[in-house]
Design a binder for this molecule. Sequence first.
Ligand SMILES: [Zn+2]
Length: 273
Amino acid sequence: MIQDIAPHRLRNAFSADRAPSAEHWLLSYRGNAVLSAAGGLRLPKVADYSAQALHYAFSLDGVPVWLTNDALPETEGWRYIESKIYRAMTPQEIAFACTVGESLHRWHCANRYCGACRTELRDSKRERALVCPTCGAVRYPRINPAVIVAVTDGDRLLLTKYADRPFSRFALVAGFCEAGESAEDTVRREVWEEVGLRVKNLLYYKSQPWAVADDLLLGFYCEVDGETTPTLRDGELKLAQWFARESIPNDYSEISLTGEMIDRFRREKTVDK
Ligand SMILES: [Zn+2]
C-alpha cells in the first residue's frame, strides 16, 4: 500500500517549535497537483522558493516538510504533477508524503475563515488545528472514516465496478461511515445498499490513510449470509459479480487497500491473519 514506505518514515507528530530552514522540503499544490522536479518526483527545498507563511506538515526521514497554501509558480526545473499520476510514481515515500500534504493543503484552503464568526483562522500553537482568535472555534483536519468490504462466499469474492467514476478497475463494496454508526454497521449497511446482500462473520483486516480523498479506510472481510445473488440497488455500481479465487482478474492497484485485499484473497486459501 502507498503508506508502506519502510525503512523510510513519515512522522505526523505536530511541532510548533520548528522553523523552516533552507534544506527542509517544501510542498506546494495547484488544485490536486503537487510541485515537483521536472522529469521525476522530487520536492523543492525551502531554499528553492521564497515562499511565505509556511505551515509545518510532518517530517520525512527526519527532514521537516513545510506546506504553503500558495500555488508557487512553475519554472524550468519545477512542474506540477496531478495526484492520479504522482501517487503511482517512485520514490514511494515521496508519493505518500505528497498525498498526506495534499490532504492538509485541502484542509487549510477550506478553513481560511471561521464558519461561526468569519474571522480569519490561525494555526494553533499547541496542536494541529486552526483556531479562531475571536470566538475560540477550533478546526481539526478533516478525516473521513470509510469501509472497504471484501464479501466472500467460500472460494468466491464479490467484485464491483463503479457506475459513474473514472476509476475503471474492479473494486470492493465501499462507503463512508454515517454519524452515530460503528464501522461494523457501516459494513452491513453498505453491502445491503449497494448489492442487496446480508453478511456475517466480519473480520477487520487493516486500515489505510487514503489521504487523496481525506479518507481513513477500514478494511473488512466478511461472509455472505443467506441469499447470494447480488442486486444493484442504489445506482452507485454498474457491476457486482462473484469471481472464483482462480479467476479473479489481476487488475488492481498495488498502492490501495482494495488492491491488497483482493490480492490477498486471490493468493491465499484463507483470510485469517
Ligand atoms: Zn470565530
